[in-house]
Design a protein around this ligand. Structure first.
Ligand code: PEP
Length: 253
C-alpha cells in the first residue's frame, strides 16, 4: 500500500502573514495524522519562513515551479538548489496553468523534471486533458502522450521518488470535478503506462494523485478508487478546515 499524498497548491494567493496563519491552523487540525504525506506549495516568497513554521510537523514544502539550470543569467527563475536551501524538497512541474499561461511545453516539463531529479528534488508532474479533448474521446491519448514526453530520458536508478498528478484542465478551479469512475479510468491508464515504461518496482512506487475541484465532500469517494493515491488541491487548500478534512479522508480501498 502506498502512503497517500495530499498536496495543497496555493497558487498566487496569500500574503506571508496569511500563509503563516494557514500553516499554524493546519498544524493544529492535523495533529495525530501520520498515515498521509502532507505537502503545501505556497508562493516562492513564503517558502523559507513557512519551512520554519512547519518544522516538527507532518507538513512538508513544495514549490510551484523550478528552472532547469543550476545558476546564472536567468532573470526571474529559481533553481533546485535554491529551493532545497530554504527547506523545500518537492516541486510541482507542468501545472496546466503554467502550460496555458506561461507557454510550458512537454519539452520544458521534461527538462525541469530531469534536472529536479538530478538535483535531488521530488517532482510531482501534472498531466491532463482539456474539455475539448475529453469530449472528442481523446483524454487517454492526451494524458499518455504528455506523460511519456515528461518522463522521457529518466534513468530509473537515479530516480528516488516521483508522483504524477492527473488534473483534467476543465476541472481545475471550476467546481466541476471528474467523477471518481472517470478519474479512476485515467489513473489506471497512467499506471499501465508506467509499467510499460519502467520496471515493476519503480512503477509500483509512483503515486498517481487526482486534482480538479477536490473538496471535503468529494475526497472520500475519490480515495475509495483503487488507483487514486492522493490529491492535488487548489482552492480548498486555502481553508485550513477544508484542507484538514481532505487530509483526513475517510475511505477504504
Ligand atoms: C490545482 O491547483 O491544481 C487545482 C486542482 O485547483 P482546484 O482544486 O481549485 O481545482
Amino acid at each position: 500500500m502506498l502512503t497517500p499524498l495530499v498536496a495543497g497548491n496555493w497558487k498566487m494567493n496569500t500574503t506571508l502573514r496569511e500563509g503563516a496563519g494557514l500553516v499554524m491552523s493546519l498544524r493544529e487540525l492535523i495533529k495525530g495524522v501520520d498515515s498521509v504525506e502532507i505537502l503545501i506549495a505556497p508562493p516562492f516568497t513564503h517558502l523559507h519562513h513557512l519551512s520554519h513554521l512547519a518544522a516538527d510537523s507532518p507538513i512538508k514544502l513544495a514549490a510551484q515551479n523550478v528552472y532547469w539550470e543550476k545558476k546564472g543569467a536567468f532573470t526571474g527563475e529559481i533553481s533546485p538548489e535554491m529551493l532545497k536551501d530554504v527547506g523545500c524538497r518537492y516541486v510541482i512541474i507542468g501545472h496546466s496553468e503554467r502550460r496555458q499561461y506561461f507557454h510550458e511545453t512537454d519539452e520544458t516539463v521534461n527538462r525541469k523534471l530531469l534536472f529536479s531529479i538530478k538535483e535531488g528534488l521530488k517532482p510531482i508532474v501534472c498531466v491532463g486533458e482539456t474539455l475539448e479533448e475529453r469530449e472528442a474521446g481523446k483524454a487517454l491519448t492526451k494524458v499518455r502522450s504528455q506523460l511519456k514526453k515528461a518522463l522521457s530520458g529518466i534513468v530509473v536508478g537515479t530516480l528516488k521518488e516521483v508522483a504524477v498528478a492527473y488534473e483534467p484542465v476543465w476541472a481545475i478551479g471550476t467546481g466541476r470535478n471528474a467523477s471518481p469512475e472517470d478519474a479512476e479510468e485515467v489513473h489506471s491508464a497512467i499506471k499501465e503506462l508506467l509499467f510499460d515504461m519502467f520496471d515493476t518496482e519503480f512503477a509500483n512506487s509512483v503515486r498517481v494523485i487526482y486534482g480538479g475541484s477536490v473538496k471535503p465532500d468529494n475526497m472520500d469517494a475519490l480515495m475509495a478508487q483503487p488507483n487514486i493515491d492522493g490529491a492535488l488541491v487548489g482552492g480548498a487548500s486555502l481553508k485550513a478546515a477544508d484542507f484538514a478534512r481532505i487530509i483526513k479522508f475517510q475511505s477504504q480501498k
